[in-house]
Design a binder for this molecule. Structure first.
Ligand code: GLU
Length: 447
Protein backbone atom coordinates (compact mmCIF):
# COMPACT_ATOMS: atom_id res chain seq x y z
CA UNK A 1 0.00 0.00 0.00
CA UNK A 2 1.36 3.37 -0.97
CA UNK A 3 -1.33 5.25 0.88
CA UNK A 4 -0.09 7.71 3.46
CA UNK A 5 -0.49 6.97 7.11
CA UNK A 6 -3.87 8.04 8.33
CA UNK A 7 -3.66 11.25 10.33
CA UNK A 8 -6.99 12.78 11.20
CA UNK A 9 -7.99 15.58 13.49
CA UNK A 10 -10.92 16.81 15.51
CA UNK A 11 -10.76 20.59 15.59
CA UNK A 12 -13.30 22.03 18.00
CA UNK A 13 -13.60 25.67 18.93
CA UNK A 14 -13.64 25.89 22.73
CA UNK A 15 -16.70 28.11 22.78
CA UNK A 16 -19.10 25.60 24.33
CA UNK A 17 -19.40 22.07 25.66
CA UNK A 18 -18.95 19.01 23.45
CA UNK A 19 -22.28 18.80 21.70
CA UNK A 20 -23.79 15.92 19.74
CA UNK A 21 -22.59 17.14 16.34
CA UNK A 22 -19.02 17.59 17.57
CA UNK A 23 -19.04 14.24 19.35
CA UNK A 24 -20.27 12.58 16.14
CA UNK A 25 -17.46 14.17 14.10
CA UNK A 26 -14.84 13.27 16.72
CA UNK A 27 -16.10 9.70 16.86
CA UNK A 28 -15.88 9.14 13.10
CA UNK A 29 -12.37 10.61 13.01
CA UNK A 30 -11.37 8.38 15.90
CA UNK A 31 -12.88 5.29 14.25
CA UNK A 32 -10.99 5.97 11.05
CA UNK A 33 -7.70 6.55 12.85
CA UNK A 34 -8.07 3.40 14.93
CA UNK A 35 -9.28 1.35 11.97
CA UNK A 36 -6.21 2.30 9.96
CA UNK A 37 -3.74 2.26 12.82
CA UNK A 38 -3.28 5.99 12.30
CA UNK A 39 -3.20 9.02 14.57
CA UNK A 40 -6.13 10.94 16.00
CA UNK A 41 -5.23 14.52 16.74
CA UNK A 42 -7.02 17.04 18.87
CA UNK A 43 -6.53 20.59 17.69
CA UNK A 44 -8.11 23.46 19.53
CA UNK A 45 -9.34 26.21 17.22
CA UNK A 46 -9.30 29.08 19.67
CA UNK A 47 -8.78 32.05 17.39
CA UNK A 48 -12.02 33.60 18.61
CA UNK A 49 -10.32 35.00 21.70
CA UNK A 50 -13.50 36.48 23.12
CA UNK A 51 -15.57 33.33 23.08
CA UNK A 52 -12.88 30.71 23.66
CA UNK A 53 -12.15 29.62 27.24
CA UNK A 54 -9.87 27.14 28.95
CA UNK A 55 -12.92 25.74 30.77
CA UNK A 56 -14.63 24.86 27.50
CA UNK A 57 -11.42 23.27 26.27
CA UNK A 58 -11.44 21.10 29.40
CA UNK A 59 -15.13 20.21 29.06
CA UNK A 60 -14.61 19.18 25.47
CA UNK A 61 -11.70 16.95 26.49
CA UNK A 62 -13.76 15.50 29.34
CA UNK A 63 -16.60 14.84 26.91
CA UNK A 64 -14.29 12.99 24.54
CA UNK A 65 -12.88 10.95 27.42
CA UNK A 66 -16.38 10.16 28.63
CA UNK A 67 -17.17 8.74 25.19
CA UNK A 68 -14.00 6.67 25.32
CA UNK A 69 -12.22 8.57 22.56
CA UNK A 70 -8.51 8.97 23.20
CA UNK A 71 -6.18 11.14 21.14
CA UNK A 72 -2.56 10.64 20.21
CA UNK A 73 -1.60 14.29 19.91
CA UNK A 74 -3.20 17.33 21.46
CA UNK A 75 -2.73 20.37 23.67
CA UNK A 76 -2.54 18.25 26.83
CA UNK A 77 -0.47 15.31 25.55
CA UNK A 78 1.72 17.21 23.08
CA UNK A 79 3.15 15.59 19.96
CA UNK A 80 5.61 16.20 17.15
CA UNK A 81 3.35 18.61 15.28
CA UNK A 82 2.50 20.99 18.11
CA UNK A 83 1.54 23.35 19.46
CA UNK A 84 -2.05 22.14 19.22
CA UNK A 85 -3.83 25.38 20.01
CA UNK A 86 -4.24 27.77 17.12
CA UNK A 87 -3.61 30.75 19.38
CA UNK A 88 -0.07 29.39 19.84
CA UNK A 89 0.60 29.04 16.13
CA UNK A 90 0.46 32.68 15.07
CA UNK A 91 4.00 32.71 13.59
CA UNK A 92 3.01 30.06 11.13
CA UNK A 93 -0.08 31.93 9.94
CA UNK A 94 2.00 35.09 9.54
CA UNK A 95 4.73 33.31 7.66
CA UNK A 96 2.47 31.90 4.96
CA UNK A 97 0.51 35.13 4.70
CA UNK A 98 3.83 36.84 3.93
CA UNK A 99 4.51 34.23 1.29
CA UNK A 100 1.15 34.87 -0.37
CA UNK A 101 1.77 38.63 -0.17
CA UNK A 102 5.23 38.27 -1.71
CA UNK A 103 3.83 36.22 -4.54
CA UNK A 104 1.11 38.76 -5.20
CA UNK A 105 -1.56 36.22 -4.33
CA UNK A 106 -2.74 38.32 -1.43
CA UNK A 107 -2.82 42.01 -0.59
CA UNK A 108 -3.12 44.19 2.49
CA UNK A 109 -6.16 46.33 3.16
CA UNK A 110 -6.93 48.21 6.38
CA UNK A 111 -4.40 46.04 8.20
CA UNK A 112 -6.01 42.81 7.04
CA UNK A 113 -4.46 40.32 4.63
CA UNK A 114 -6.75 39.35 1.80
CA UNK A 115 -6.36 36.50 -0.64
CA UNK A 116 -7.21 37.17 -4.28
CA UNK A 117 -9.83 34.63 -5.28
CA UNK A 118 -8.70 33.36 -8.67
CA UNK A 119 -11.18 33.04 -11.53
CA UNK A 120 -11.41 30.30 -14.12
CA UNK A 121 -10.10 27.47 -11.96
CA UNK A 122 -12.19 24.29 -12.02
CA UNK A 123 -12.29 22.62 -8.64
CA UNK A 124 -13.52 19.15 -7.77
CA UNK A 125 -14.03 18.12 -4.18
CA UNK A 126 -13.52 14.38 -4.35
CA UNK A 127 -15.54 13.73 -1.25
CA UNK A 128 -15.33 10.21 0.13
CA UNK A 129 -18.94 10.35 1.23
CA UNK A 130 -20.66 12.94 -0.97
CA UNK A 131 -18.86 11.97 -4.18
CA UNK A 132 -17.42 14.48 -6.63
CA UNK A 133 -18.59 18.04 -6.17
CA UNK A 134 -17.56 20.38 -9.01
CA UNK A 135 -17.29 24.11 -8.56
CA UNK A 136 -15.63 27.00 -10.42
CA UNK A 137 -13.24 29.08 -8.35
CA UNK A 138 -15.19 32.28 -8.97
CA UNK A 139 -18.14 30.64 -7.18
CA UNK A 140 -16.05 29.59 -4.19
CA UNK A 141 -16.36 32.97 -2.53
CA UNK A 142 -19.00 35.43 -3.64
CA UNK A 143 -20.58 38.69 -2.59
CA UNK A 144 -24.34 38.92 -2.15
CA UNK A 145 -24.70 40.07 -5.76
CA UNK A 146 -22.82 36.99 -6.96
CA UNK A 147 -19.60 38.81 -7.84
CA UNK A 148 -16.27 37.24 -6.87
CA UNK A 149 -15.22 38.01 -3.32
CA UNK A 150 -11.64 37.92 -2.14
CA UNK A 151 -10.98 35.90 0.98
CA UNK A 152 -9.78 37.49 4.22
CA UNK A 153 -7.03 35.32 5.65
CA UNK A 154 -5.70 37.54 8.46
CA UNK A 155 -8.12 39.92 10.10
CA UNK A 156 -7.30 43.46 11.14
CA UNK A 157 -6.69 42.28 14.69
CA UNK A 158 -3.99 39.93 13.39
CA UNK A 159 -6.01 36.77 13.91
CA UNK A 160 -6.23 34.23 11.08
CA UNK A 161 -9.66 33.35 9.72
CA UNK A 162 -10.97 29.80 10.03
CA UNK A 163 -10.60 28.93 6.32
CA UNK A 164 -6.98 30.00 6.28
CA UNK A 165 -5.82 28.65 9.67
CA UNK A 166 -7.40 25.28 8.97
CA UNK A 167 -5.42 24.95 5.73
CA UNK A 168 -2.12 25.98 7.30
CA UNK A 169 -2.63 23.60 10.21
CA UNK A 170 -3.92 20.63 8.27
CA UNK A 171 -0.88 20.96 6.01
CA UNK A 172 1.62 21.55 8.82
CA UNK A 173 0.19 18.71 10.88
CA UNK A 174 0.34 16.39 7.89
CA UNK A 175 -3.36 15.62 8.08
CA UNK A 176 -4.27 12.99 5.48
CA UNK A 177 -8.03 13.07 5.84
CA UNK A 178 -10.31 15.92 6.76
CA UNK A 179 -13.43 14.36 8.23
CA UNK A 180 -16.02 16.87 9.42
CA UNK A 181 -19.67 17.86 9.27
CA UNK A 182 -21.37 18.49 5.95
CA UNK A 183 -21.88 22.14 6.93
CA UNK A 184 -18.22 22.59 5.95
CA UNK A 185 -18.68 21.50 2.34
CA UNK A 186 -19.29 25.12 1.38
CA UNK A 187 -15.95 26.13 2.93
CA UNK A 188 -13.99 23.44 1.14
CA UNK A 189 -13.57 25.23 -2.23
CA UNK A 190 -12.06 28.25 -0.45
CA UNK A 191 -9.68 25.97 1.38
CA UNK A 192 -8.77 24.17 -1.85
CA UNK A 193 -7.86 27.50 -3.45
CA UNK A 194 -5.54 28.23 -0.55
CA UNK A 195 -3.86 24.82 -0.83
CA UNK A 196 -3.35 25.49 -4.51
CA UNK A 197 -1.94 28.98 -3.94
CA UNK A 198 0.47 27.70 -1.29
CA UNK A 199 1.53 24.82 -3.51
CA UNK A 200 0.49 22.16 -1.04
CA UNK A 201 -0.92 18.72 -1.56
CA UNK A 202 -4.52 18.50 -0.47
CA UNK A 203 -5.78 16.10 2.17
CA UNK A 204 -8.69 13.86 1.27
CA UNK A 205 -12.09 15.09 2.30
CA UNK A 206 -14.99 13.24 3.87
CA UNK A 207 -18.05 15.19 4.96
CA UNK A 208 -20.36 13.49 7.40
CA UNK A 209 -24.14 13.49 7.01
CA UNK A 210 -26.23 16.11 8.68
CA UNK A 211 -27.97 15.07 11.90
CA UNK A 212 -31.69 15.81 12.01
CA UNK A 213 -34.22 15.72 14.80
CA UNK A 214 -37.20 13.41 14.48
CA UNK A 215 -39.12 16.31 12.90
CA UNK A 216 -36.52 16.27 10.09
CA UNK A 217 -35.21 19.69 11.11
CA UNK A 218 -31.53 20.23 11.77
CA UNK A 219 -30.66 19.02 15.28
CA UNK A 220 -30.65 21.86 17.77
CA UNK A 221 -31.42 22.71 21.39
CA UNK A 222 -35.13 22.44 20.60
CA UNK A 223 -34.70 18.70 20.26
CA UNK A 224 -33.46 18.29 23.82
CA UNK A 225 -30.06 17.79 25.34
CA UNK A 226 -27.16 18.85 23.18
CA UNK A 227 -24.09 18.37 25.38
CA UNK A 228 -22.85 14.81 25.85
CA UNK A 229 -22.81 15.24 29.63
CA UNK A 230 -26.53 15.85 29.68
CA UNK A 231 -26.89 12.32 28.34
CA UNK A 232 -24.78 11.09 31.23
CA UNK A 233 -27.08 12.92 33.64
CA UNK A 234 -30.13 11.39 31.99
CA UNK A 235 -28.74 7.91 32.58
CA UNK A 236 -27.23 6.97 29.25
CA UNK A 237 -24.05 4.94 29.26
CA UNK A 238 -20.98 6.19 27.39
CA UNK A 239 -20.92 2.84 25.55
CA UNK A 240 -24.48 3.40 24.37
CA UNK A 241 -23.95 6.98 23.27
CA UNK A 242 -20.85 5.85 21.40
CA UNK A 243 -22.81 3.03 19.73
CA UNK A 244 -25.76 5.28 18.95
CA UNK A 245 -23.63 8.09 17.46
CA UNK A 246 -21.75 5.58 15.30
CA UNK A 247 -25.10 4.48 13.87
CA UNK A 248 -25.78 8.00 12.65
CA UNK A 249 -24.62 7.51 9.08
CA UNK A 250 -22.95 4.14 9.41
CA UNK A 251 -23.59 0.57 10.46
CA UNK A 252 -21.39 -2.51 10.48
CA UNK A 253 -23.84 -4.32 8.18
CA UNK A 254 -25.53 -7.67 8.62
CA UNK A 255 -28.31 -6.02 10.60
CA UNK A 256 -25.97 -5.54 13.56
CA UNK A 257 -26.92 -2.54 15.66
CA UNK A 258 -25.36 -3.23 19.02
CA UNK A 259 -21.60 -3.18 19.24
CA UNK A 260 -18.72 -2.03 21.37
CA UNK A 261 -15.80 0.18 20.40
CA UNK A 262 -13.52 -2.66 19.32
CA UNK A 263 -16.19 -4.17 17.11
CA UNK A 264 -16.88 -0.77 15.55
CA UNK A 265 -13.17 -0.22 14.89
CA UNK A 266 -12.85 -3.65 13.28
CA UNK A 267 -15.65 -3.07 10.77
CA UNK A 268 -15.52 0.69 10.18
CA UNK A 269 -15.11 1.93 6.60
CA UNK A 270 -15.31 5.58 5.70
CA UNK A 271 -16.59 4.66 2.25
CA UNK A 272 -19.60 2.95 3.87
CA UNK A 273 -20.80 6.14 5.53
CA UNK A 274 -23.95 7.32 3.84
CA UNK A 275 -24.66 10.92 2.95
CA UNK A 276 -28.37 10.69 3.68
CA UNK A 277 -29.15 12.86 6.73
CA UNK A 278 -29.23 10.79 9.89
CA UNK A 279 -32.13 11.09 12.30
CA UNK A 280 -31.45 11.48 16.01
CA UNK A 281 -34.08 9.17 17.40
CA UNK A 282 -34.42 8.99 21.19
CA UNK A 283 -36.34 5.70 20.96
CA UNK A 284 -33.34 4.23 19.23
CA UNK A 285 -31.00 5.62 21.87
CA UNK A 286 -33.21 4.10 24.58
CA UNK A 287 -33.11 0.76 22.82
CA UNK A 288 -29.34 0.86 22.38
CA UNK A 289 -28.87 1.89 26.01
CA UNK A 290 -31.09 -0.89 27.29
CA UNK A 291 -29.15 -3.43 25.25
CA UNK A 292 -25.86 -2.22 26.72
CA UNK A 293 -27.31 -2.22 30.24
CA UNK A 294 -28.33 -5.86 29.80
CA UNK A 295 -24.81 -7.06 29.21
CA UNK A 296 -23.03 -4.68 31.54
CA UNK A 297 -20.68 -6.00 34.18
CA UNK A 298 -22.48 -5.86 37.59
CA UNK A 299 -19.61 -4.09 39.35
CA UNK A 300 -19.64 -1.31 36.80
CA UNK A 301 -23.42 -1.20 36.73
CA UNK A 302 -23.55 -0.69 40.48
CA UNK A 303 -20.98 2.08 40.30
CA UNK A 304 -22.95 3.82 37.59
CA UNK A 305 -26.39 3.46 39.22
CA UNK A 306 -25.25 4.58 42.70
CA UNK A 307 -25.27 8.34 42.01
CA UNK A 308 -28.78 8.03 40.60
CA UNK A 309 -29.98 6.32 43.80
CA UNK A 310 -28.41 9.15 45.78
CA UNK A 311 -30.15 11.67 43.58
CA UNK A 312 -33.41 10.03 44.68
CA UNK A 313 -32.42 10.68 48.30
CA UNK A 314 -31.47 7.05 48.96
CA UNK A 315 -28.37 5.81 50.75
CA UNK A 316 -26.88 2.87 48.86
CA UNK A 317 -23.78 3.02 51.06
CA UNK A 318 -25.83 1.43 53.86
CA UNK A 319 -25.73 -1.82 51.92
CA UNK A 320 -23.03 -4.28 51.01
CA UNK A 321 -21.76 -3.99 47.44
CA UNK A 322 -22.73 -7.56 46.70
CA UNK A 323 -26.32 -6.96 47.79
CA UNK A 324 -26.63 -3.94 45.48
CA UNK A 325 -25.09 -5.85 42.61
CA UNK A 326 -27.47 -8.76 43.21
CA UNK A 327 -30.39 -6.33 43.22
CA UNK A 328 -29.34 -4.89 39.87
CA UNK A 329 -28.79 -8.34 38.43
CA UNK A 330 -32.26 -9.31 39.56
CA UNK A 331 -33.64 -6.20 37.83
CA UNK A 332 -32.47 -7.77 34.56
CA UNK A 333 -33.33 -5.66 31.53
CA UNK A 334 -35.69 -3.34 33.41
CA UNK A 335 -35.14 0.35 32.75
CA UNK A 336 -33.96 1.96 29.57
CA UNK A 337 -31.57 4.25 31.37
CA UNK A 338 -29.51 3.99 34.52
CA UNK A 339 -31.77 6.69 35.91
CA UNK A 340 -34.86 4.55 35.31
CA UNK A 341 -33.07 1.51 36.65
CA UNK A 342 -32.30 3.42 39.86
CA UNK A 343 -35.94 4.48 40.17
CA UNK A 344 -37.37 1.04 39.45
CA UNK A 345 -35.07 -0.59 42.01
CA UNK A 346 -35.41 2.03 44.77
CA UNK A 347 -37.13 -0.41 47.17
CA UNK A 348 -34.00 -2.51 47.38
CA UNK A 349 -32.13 0.45 48.80
CA UNK A 350 -34.74 1.78 51.18
CA UNK A 351 -38.26 1.14 52.46
CA UNK A 352 -39.31 4.80 52.46
CA UNK A 353 -40.25 5.11 48.76
CA UNK A 354 -42.44 2.03 49.19
CA UNK A 355 -44.36 3.74 51.99
CA UNK A 356 -44.78 6.80 49.82
CA UNK A 357 -46.35 4.79 47.01
CA UNK A 358 -48.44 2.30 48.93
CA UNK A 359 -50.68 2.52 52.00
CA UNK A 360 -52.60 -0.80 51.83
CA UNK A 361 -55.92 1.08 51.74
CA UNK A 362 -57.04 -1.33 49.02
CA UNK A 363 -57.07 -4.24 51.47
CA UNK A 364 -60.48 -5.14 52.95
CA UNK A 365 -60.73 -6.44 56.53
CA UNK A 366 -61.59 -9.87 55.15
CA UNK A 367 -58.51 -9.88 52.90
CA UNK A 368 -56.39 -8.73 55.80
CA UNK A 369 -57.56 -11.72 57.80
CA UNK A 370 -56.41 -14.10 55.08
CA UNK A 371 -53.12 -12.24 54.64
CA UNK A 372 -52.35 -12.34 58.35
CA UNK A 373 -52.85 -16.07 58.46
CA UNK A 374 -50.73 -16.58 55.37
CA UNK A 375 -47.87 -14.29 56.35
CA UNK A 376 -47.67 -15.69 59.86
CA UNK A 377 -46.86 -19.06 58.32
CA UNK A 378 -44.75 -17.54 55.54
CA UNK A 379 -42.49 -15.65 57.92
CA UNK A 380 -41.66 -18.77 59.86
CA UNK A 381 -40.66 -20.85 56.84
CA UNK A 382 -37.48 -22.78 57.65
CA UNK A 383 -35.63 -21.81 54.51
CA UNK A 384 -35.66 -18.23 53.11
CA UNK A 385 -35.33 -19.16 49.48
CA UNK A 386 -37.51 -18.10 46.56
CA UNK A 387 -38.22 -21.60 45.23
CA UNK A 388 -39.36 -22.89 48.61
CA UNK A 389 -41.36 -19.70 49.18
CA UNK A 390 -43.27 -20.18 45.99
CA UNK A 391 -43.94 -23.85 46.65
CA UNK A 392 -45.05 -22.99 50.16
CA UNK A 393 -47.37 -20.23 48.92
CA UNK A 394 -48.95 -22.49 46.31
CA UNK A 395 -49.62 -25.25 48.82
CA UNK A 396 -50.97 -22.88 51.43
CA UNK A 397 -53.36 -21.26 48.94
CA UNK A 398 -54.59 -24.59 47.70
CA UNK A 399 -55.19 -25.82 51.22
CA UNK A 400 -56.97 -22.59 52.20
CA UNK A 401 -59.10 -22.07 49.10
CA UNK A 402 -57.25 -18.91 48.04
CA UNK A 403 -55.55 -18.02 44.77
CA UNK A 404 -51.81 -17.38 44.61
CA UNK A 405 -52.54 -13.84 43.41
CA UNK A 406 -54.44 -13.01 46.58
CA UNK A 407 -51.24 -13.29 48.59
CA UNK A 408 -48.57 -12.59 45.99
CA UNK A 409 -49.93 -9.23 44.84
CA UNK A 410 -50.16 -7.70 48.32
CA UNK A 411 -46.72 -9.12 49.04
CA UNK A 412 -45.34 -7.35 45.96
CA UNK A 413 -46.99 -4.07 46.95
CA UNK A 414 -45.74 -4.32 50.52
CA UNK A 415 -42.18 -5.07 49.50
CA UNK A 416 -41.80 -2.85 46.45
CA UNK A 417 -44.67 -0.38 46.34
CA UNK A 418 -44.95 -1.24 42.67
CA UNK A 419 -47.25 -3.13 40.38
CA UNK A 420 -44.36 -4.61 38.46
CA UNK A 421 -41.09 -5.96 39.74
CA UNK A 422 -38.89 -9.01 39.27
CA UNK A 423 -40.35 -12.24 40.66
CA UNK A 424 -41.76 -11.32 44.07
CA UNK A 425 -40.27 -14.32 45.87
CA UNK A 426 -36.86 -13.53 44.45
CA UNK A 427 -37.28 -9.98 45.68
CA UNK A 428 -38.26 -11.31 49.10
CA UNK A 429 -35.27 -13.62 49.22
CA UNK A 430 -32.85 -10.83 48.41
CA UNK A 431 -34.43 -8.33 50.82
CA UNK A 432 -34.02 -10.95 53.54
CA UNK A 433 -36.38 -12.27 56.17
CA UNK A 434 -35.94 -9.39 58.64
CA UNK A 435 -36.55 -6.64 56.12
CA UNK A 436 -39.59 -8.44 54.73
CA UNK A 437 -40.89 -8.79 58.29
CA UNK A 438 -40.50 -5.06 58.87
CA UNK A 439 -42.32 -4.16 55.68
CA UNK A 440 -45.17 -6.61 56.21
CA UNK A 441 -45.59 -5.42 59.76
CA UNK A 442 -45.75 -1.81 58.65
CA UNK A 443 -48.78 -2.62 56.49
CA UNK A 444 -50.24 -4.76 59.28
CA UNK A 445 -50.00 -7.92 57.22
CA UNK A 446 -48.30 -9.67 60.14
CA UNK A 447 -48.55 -9.05 63.86
N1 GLU B 1 -13.25 24.65 14.23
C1 GLU B 1 -14.06 24.16 13.17
C2 GLU B 1 -15.41 23.83 13.72
O1 GLU B 1 -15.59 23.81 14.89
C3 GLU B 1 -13.39 22.97 12.52
C4 GLU B 1 -13.97 22.59 11.21
C5 GLU B 1 -13.07 21.63 10.46
O2 GLU B 1 -13.01 20.48 10.88
O3 GLU B 1 -12.45 22.05 9.50
O4 GLU B 1 -16.35 23.63 13.01
Amino acid sequence: MTEKNVRVRFAPSPTGALHIGGAHTALFNWLWARRRGGAFILRVEDTDAERSTAEYEDTIMDGLKWLGLDWDEGPDVGGAFGPYRQSERMDLYRKYAEQLLDEGKAYREDGAVIFRTPVGVSLVIEDEIYGDIKIQSEKASVNQDGSVKDIVIIKRDGMPTYNYAVVVDDHAMDISWVIRGEDHISNTPKQMLLYRALGWEMPRFAHLPMILGKDKKKLSKRHGATSVFEYNDMGYLPDSVFNFLALLGWSPGGGIEIFDRDEAVRSFELSKVIKKPAVFDMDKLNYVNQEHLKTMDPVLKKRIVEPFWRELGLKPERHADQYLMDALTLMGARGRTTKELAEFSDYFVDFSPVKERYDASDITPEQRGTLKKFFAAFMSMPEWESGSMEAFARNWCEANGASLKEVALPLRWALTGRKVSPGVFEVAQLLGRDECGTRLKHFDFVD
